[in-house]
Design a protein around this ligand. Structure first.
Ligand code: 1WB
Ligand code: MN
Length: 373
């Protein structure tokens, strides 16, 4: 039983009439087909056989890392059990383009799925990032109107990562970068990773911080009830990463860095007032060195996507709180299904001008995607 049908059996309660658990996965609100709306989906997952093979080895080596449980179900399913998501992750033609066409999705911004190359040794990680980036560039070349792509790099070796980031933008012309939160339990505000932030800023290319499960130091309470993944742990891990970047002062060092968070901002927009109150400049006694308020960094340095949060009220709040220009639509294919994500962006209450910005305009600007239909 997949997560969606499991949720469907929870019950019939509804919250304030806006979230009916029995209807998760069904179209939202008014049904209005709007095939004329250009839709660029910005957090769309893929993988390659070589990466999948190495992840299977990581799963088989075992250990206490919190990502392993879910990775096993995808990359090392027992004989006779269908691997979750893997056929869709490996496909760029038959299934994916058919799904996009069926639902009127113009483009996927592709990225190597979590945990990317970050669980491999440094050398394997670097070589598989190169392989993935080369393949993605080929796929974009074959389907320039249907795909854009984010480049991977292996933070395990920051100097090699910078070289690959430069190649990915200057030679392969990819549209930005993706990193899956922590690497070996370390975060990008740590000085060892500054060259990566510096390179993203210098290349003027956005860095998408995609979730993975919580790092070892905060793992324990997430081990029960499958809390570690998309239900809760992904957001806690990635939101914590973003707060570290804001309170460490590292964004004073790289003021033009653009960071993207999925899942409606991983909770941060809702915390903005409290973060400003508690995390305002002057917190040196707490070991902080941020010169701006968290909300000022968030406005200046961040953008968010709607991946996996098809809630019109949450979107309304984010538009009002952050401004519409830094919000982009996403599906999170194949982990989320396309139909309800499309229905969400086509029917959630907002002006037509806001809808066009969120559906495609902001993605064209932030990822430098051509605006031809
Ligand atoms: C799920 C979502 C699983 C994501 C994943 O495995 C990733 C899930 C790597 O919904 O079960 C994701 O990228 O959001
Ligand atoms: Mn995702």
């Amino acid at each position: 039983m997949n997560r969606r049908s499991a949720l469907g059996r929870i019950g019939t309660f509804a919250l304030a009439g806006t979230l009916d658990v029995d209807r998760i996965g069904e179209p939202h609100g008014r049904k209005r087909q709007n095939t004329a709306l250009r839709k660029i989906a910005t957090e769309e997952a893929c993988t390659f056989a070589e990466v999948a093979g190495e992840l299977r080895k990581v799963v088989r080596a075992g250990g206490s890392n919190l990502d392993l449980r879910l990775l096993k179900s995808i990359y090392d399913a027992p004989p006779g059990v269908e691997p979750r998501f893997l056929p869709e992750l490996l496909d760029f033609d038959a299934k994916r383009l058919v799904d996009m066409d069926r639902h009127g999705v113009s483009m996927h911004v592709l990225s190597l799925t979590a945990p990317g190359v970050q669980m491999f040794d440094a050398k394997t990680g670097a070589s598989l990032a190169t392989l993935s980036n080369d393949r993605l560039a080929d796929i974009v070349r074959r389907h320039p109107k249907r795909y854009a792509a984010l480049a991977s790099f292996a933070p395990q070796d920051p100097q090699a990562a910078v070289k690959e980031m430069e190649r990915a933008v200057n030679t392969l012309r990819l549209n930005g970068f993706i990193v899956n939160s922590h690497t070996n339990n370390e975060y990008l505000d740590q000085a060892r990773y500054w060259p990566i932030l510096e390179a993203a800023e210098a290349l003027d290319a956005p860095l998408y911080i995609h979730p993975r499960a919580p790092s070892d130091g905060m793992a324990a309470p997430f081990r029960d009830y499958a809390l570690e993944s998309a239900a809760w742990g992904y957001g806690m891990e990635t939101g914590t990463h973003a707060v570290r970047l804001m309170l460490s002062g590292v964004l004073d060092r790289f003021p033009k860095l653009r960071i993207i968070l999925g899942h409606m901002g991983e909770g941060i927009p809702f915390w903005m007032w409290r973060l400003d109150f508690m995390g305002a400049p002057g917190g040196r006694a707490a070991g902080r060195s941020n010169r701006l308020k968290p909300s000022e960094y968030f406005q200046r340095n961040f953008a968010i996507t709607t991946s996996g949060v098809e809630d019109p009220l949450a979107l309304r709040y984010c538009i009002d709180r952050l401004g519409v220009d830094n919000i982009m639509w996403a599906i999170d294919y194949p982990y989320q299904t396309t139909a309800p994500a499309v229905s969400f962006i086509e029917t959630a209450p907002m002006s037509d001008s806001d809808r066009r910005k969120i559906a495609h305009g902001n993605a064209e600007r932030i990822f430098r995607i051509g605006s031809q239909g």
